[in-house]
Ligand binder design. Structure first.
Ligand code: AFP
Length: 321
């Protein structure tokens, strides 16, 4: 086990600015701290609602708040970070010093899983910072501008999956608290027989999404000519991890429930970092099967988008229905 390369050693060999490596080390350390609180749950009084709602009008869990505080404090104390933005904070928080990077995050993705001891995770996107104190507009860079994206998955194992724009690597947290490389060159298989969508929203979907799902549900007896399996963890971080490990598609399409909202998931700290990871692993990450998430020009910090990502040939099939 200990002969496996550590995240620290990996970052040491990376052809990237020292400031970026520092940011990634800080994020990785904060994820270890979040993991500790997540793992202890009720023992440290961390389960349940915080009593507040966030800017998305969603009830915050105590662990949302705790995780947000841990990441925000760690990143704002990092000399390389000029500012942060989070799902849990209305607007951006500049650091009280200059820095070369901006970090955006969903500190604890999958909050509804917290109290049932199901997987949750942290998602982080890193962008270059402009000169001077960053404003909200400075964070509105397209996903292609990301210099790094990662998630930590607090599951049966604790894993950190990282891209700095040249492939995707997975690290597992060892018993002695060290991230160690366990998954080199993660690749999404181009074909799959697995799909992930919240079926309870079926009646709200567009005709095209209805047709696609109808086709996969018909399995070998339908137009696709093969049987599909369905999975839905209700934490994007865990659903995307499954796709990186064994292929599949993850769909959270626009639906008719709230027509003014283009989807449920957030572009800046869910869609973009996951899209960079999926593309770097050879998959496709789109809004509708064709438009790359990474090419969407953000207009708002908490902007929502439809998401269709995963195995490339299956995303093409989704686009073609
Ligand atoms: P929370 O972090 O608020 O629990 O949201 C999780 C999430 O944004 C994403 O991680 C899941 O894929 C999706 O919502 C689950 O949505 P459903 O509630 O429709 O299952």
């Amino acid at each position: 086990m200990t002969d496996r390369i550590s995240l620290d050693d990996h970052l040491g060999t990376l052809d990237a600015p020292e400031g970026l490596k520092t940011v990634l080390r800080v994020v990785a350390g904060a994820c270890v701290d979040i993991r500790k609180v997540v793992a202890e749950g009720a023992l440290v009084g961390a389960l349940g609602a915080s009593g507040a709602v966030n800017v998305q009008d969603e009830e915050q869990k105590k662990l949302d708040v705790i995780s947000n505080d841990i990441l925000t404090a760690a990143l704002l104390a990092c000399h390389a970070v000029a500012g942060v933005a989070s799902e849990e904070m209305e607007t951006v928080q500049p650091a009280d010093h200059a820095g070369d990077y901006l970090a955006l995050f969903d500190p604890l993705d999958g909050s509804s899983n917290i109290d049932i001891n199901a997987p949750v995770g942290t998602i982080v996107s890193v962008l270059r910072a402009p000169q001077g104190t960053p404003t909200e507009a400075d964070f509105l860079q397209s996903g292609r501008s990301q210099v790094a994206a990662l998630y930590a998955l607090y599951g049966a194992q604790t894993m950190l999956v990282l891209t700095t724009g040249s492939g995707v690597k997975g690290f597992t947290l060892s018993a002695d608290g060290e991230w160690r490389l366990t998954h080199d060159a993660i690749a999404v298989s181009p074909d799959t027989k697995e799909f992930a969508i919240n079926m309870s929203n079926q009646r709200h979907w567009s005709e095209a999404v209805q047709r696609y799902v109808d086709g996969v549900l018909k399995g070998a007896d339908g137009p696709r000519g093969k049987n599909f399996n369905m999975r839905w963890v209700a934490a994007m971080v865990a659903d995307v991890h499954r796709i990186l490990m064994r292929g599949g598609v993850f769909l959270y399409p626009w639906d008719r429930r709230e027509p003014e909202k283009p989807g449920k998931l957030r572009l800046m700290y869910e869609g973009n970092p996951m899209a960079l990871l999926v593309e770097q692993a050879g998959g496709k990450a789109t809004t509708d099967g064709t438009q790359a998430i990474l090419d969407v020009q953000p207009e708002q910090l908490h902007q929502r988008i439809p998401v269709a990502l995963g195995s490339a040939n299956e995303i093409d099939a989704y686009a073609g229905v």
